[in-house]
Design a protein around this ligand. Structure first.
Ligand code: ADP
Ligand code: MG
Length: 311
């Protein structure tokens, strides 16, 4: 007999101990209760992953559990918030205990790493759809927003660019001699939580790169009413991404591919020396609108378009 909804939740999602004082009531009642300490704001975000839209049918469930939580923690990181708790809404076509055990393992291990409480959710039957709502704390007034970049700010990026995009190309059939690192970046991204926390009080604007650097930086530019210039030679590209570009000529892939989950942020020149985060300066914010790239001595305009679900 398949597990009932209630025993499914019991079995796979209630094993964690409560870790945060903010969790006054966790799984089990009609609502969870969250207390927000004085002097803090609650940062709230939600992200859904739909089979065949955000991930391939048959994706390893442990990696899926990890990625579902990671993309939500990445949104908290980009606001400079410390993650404290999450809600998990699962729509499942059937109760597959092996799938659920692996999914819960991927999800709860990452939650454990960041001391995040799973405090509730919903479980329904239907086409495979996974939704998380994540909540984090940020000191009052200190959240990093998209709208506060200033002309003259330097633009920085954590980590490296295009590896997740390459991982996707590899799963679509592109041949690569050492595919593992790129595939891991695509399937199990690391949210830049510590970097986000270290940027509050230093960065002016911040975004996580989920849809491609050009599109995501484009959101900062639009909301801040500024433009920007990026330096091709400064982009942090791994050897495998450089090899891909050399072989295919597709140099814009790292600028347009999504799923890197690095933080792109701007810092005024006066505060640049205070940066402790592992990152690279990749460009500068300008008053002239639009996004430009300096490559091989010429300046070229860059389209800043991310993935659109309804177009
Ligand atoms: P209700 O009928 O009031 O919506 P449910 O039966 O859906 O309650 O859920 C019972 C409890 O289990 C609630 O506390 C809910 O938050 C929690 N819950 C349901 N699904 C999940 C899930 N996938 N992960 C974590 N908690 C869940
Ligand atoms: Mg319910």
């Amino acid at each position: 007999m398949p597990l009932s909804e209630f025993s499914l939740i019991q079995r796979f999602f209630t094993r964690q101990k409560v870790k945060n004082q903010t969790t006054s009531l966790g799984i089990g009642d009609d609502c969870a209760l969250l207390s927000i300490p004085n002097g803090y704001e609650l940062a709230v975000t939600t992200d859904t992953m739909v089979e065949n839209v955000h991930f391939f049918a048959g994706t390893d469930p442990e990696q899926l559990g990890h990625k579902l939580l990671a993309v939500n923690l990445s949104d908290l990181a980009s606001m400079g918030a410390k993650p404290v708790s999450v809600m998990l809404a699962l729509t499942l076509p059937s109760v597959d205990e092996n799938w659920l055990a692996a999914f819960a393992k991927g999800f709860l291990s990452l939650a454990e790493n960041y001391s995040v409480d799973l405090m509730g959710g919903d479980t329904t039957s239907g086409p495979l759809t996974l939704t998380v709502q994540a909540m984090g704390l940020v000191p009052q007034g200190k959240a990093l927003m998209r709208s506060s970049a200033k002309a003259g700010d330097y633009i920085y990026l954590t980590g490296s660019l295009g590896d997740a995009g390459l991982g996707l190309k590899i799963s679509q059939g592109y041949y690569c001699t050492n595919p593992l690192a790129a595939q891991k970046r695509f399937n199990q991204p690391d949210p830049r939580v510590e970097a986000g926390l270290a940027l509050t009080g230093i960065a002016n604007a911040c975004i996580d790169v989920s849809d491609g650097l050009a599109g995501d930086l484009g959101h900062i530019l639009e909301q801040s009413n500024v433009g920007a210039c990026l330096y091709w030679d400064a982009l942090p590209l791994s050897d495998t991404v450089l090899a891909y570009i050399n072989e295919t000529g597709d140099w814009s892939m790292p600028l347009n591919a999504g799923d890197d989950y690095e933080l792109c942020f701007t810092v005024s020149p006066e505060k640049a020396a205070q940066l402790t985060v592992n990152c690279k300066k990749i460009g500068v914010i300008e008053t002239k609108p639009g996004l430009r790239l300096i490559k091989a001595g010429t300046i070229q305009p860059l389209k800043s378009k991310g993935y659109e679900h309804f177009s």
